[in-house]
Design a protein around this ligand. Structure first.
Ligand SMILES: Cc1cc2nc3c(=O)[nH]c(=O)nc-3n(C[C@H](O)[C@H](O)[C@H](O)COP(=O)(O)OP(=O)(O)OC[C@H]3O[C@@H](n4cnc5c(N)ncnc54)[C@H](O)[C@@H]3O)c2cc1C
Length: 288
């Protein structure tokens, strides 16, 4: 289990800015940075409105931001944060990839991307549908499961589940590469809907047919904020924050696109800075 003062979730400008300022305040920082290849900014060919770096590409800007944060001592875990659990009075435990990170504060800097769920998915979560192989895989020992994956992260999960389940069928929610000789069956249909049957099995409907499974595991490169941290207050699709970037949960802050418009780099960087300062003040018992 890893331990830090602040766990920052995200890999865009808000996250790196927050990491920099937190390190300047001498706090231990871990950044859970799922593949930055999925971040919006990677797609920007040229940025003209970020001060000091005229005509920089999004890719270069992200590289510079990250390098600076790492040089300042931020530790990076290149993995998806899947679930945050409050630990009474002691902060939070967060599942990052398959590791647990314990932190006094959490900063959410996940950008605005929101996964589009399958019909039936949310209702059946915990009732045969799971987003975490490590957490729930044991329940499906010698059973038949489906993996529905929108990204490369599904490969490792599929391999893990293949060591437990009697059968693992792998479906693509979005195209991604596969290594050779995988221990599961690659299936052709695109998943459309999940329906719970009377015998508690889950019927997976695809555009090519349907089949029942004991369990269905779904993997995507993003997690909706209120699924990541149940009880987190939203304002429409965005995380509700005050001027200190505080959310409704103690010692949890949010910054960048995930807090709302304008969706701009300078705003993300500014909010990341404020979130770090607020977290530091609150941990050190300072005034607001
Ligand atoms: C094509 C394009 C051009 C743009 N041009 C400009 C421009 O010229 N000027 C400008 O100011 N803005 C521009 N923007 C907007 C700008 O990219 C965003 O406002 C900015 O990137 C927001 O930063 P962020 O850190 O909040 O989020 P993002 O940059 O979206 O970063 C969030 C990151 O967090 C990661 N993540 C998400 N969930 C998790 C999780 N659970 N665990 C771990 N990691 C996670 C994601 O993979 C993502 O990489 C442009 C956007 C696009 C798409």
């Amino acid at each position: 289990m890893a331990n830090c003062d602040i766990l920052i979730i995200g890999s865009g400008p808000a996250a790196w800015s927050c990491a920099l300022t937190a390190r300047q305040r001498n706090l231990n920082v871990i950044v859970a940075a799922a593949s930055s290849a999925t971040g919006w900014l990677q797609r920007a060919e040229r940025i003209d409105n970020y001060p000091g770096l005229p005509q920089v590409s999004g890719k270069d800007l992200l590289r510079i931001f990250r390098q600076q944060a790492e040089d300042m001592g931020a530790q990076v875990m290149p993995l998806l944060a899947r679930q945050i659990m409050p630990v009474c009075d002691a902060g939070y435990m967060t599942l990052v990839g398959n590791d647990v990170v314990e932190s006094r504060s959490v900063v959410l800097a996940m950008g605005a991307a929101r996964p589009r769920l399958l019909p039936g998915e949310e209702e059946l979560l915990g009732m045969g549908v799971s987003w975490c192989g490590t957490c729930d895989g044991m329940f499906y020992r010698e059973k038949e499961v489906a993996v529905l994956s929108a990204w490369q992260g599904g490969v490792e999960e599929g391999e893990f589940l293949a060591g437990l389940a009697s059968r693992v069928d792998y479906y693509f929610l979005a195209k991604h590469d596969q290594p050779e000789n995988v221990p599961y069956t690659l299936c052709a249909g695109t998943p459309r809907e999940l329906v719970r049957q009377e015998d508690s099995r889950i019927l997976l409907k695809t555009d090519k047919g349907e089949r029942c499974y004991d369990g269905v595991f779904i993997f995507r490169p993003a997690v909706a904020p209120d699924s990541l941290l149940p009880g987190l207050a939203l304002n429409g699709a965005f995380i509700q924050v005050d001027r200190r970037m505080e959310t409704n949960m103690p010692h949890v802050y949010a910054c960048g696109d995930c807090t709302g418009h304008p969706l701009q780099i300078a705003k993300a960087v500014g909010e990341g800075n404020i979130a770090a300062i607020s977290a530091a003040e609150d941990m050190q018992g300072g005034t607001h």
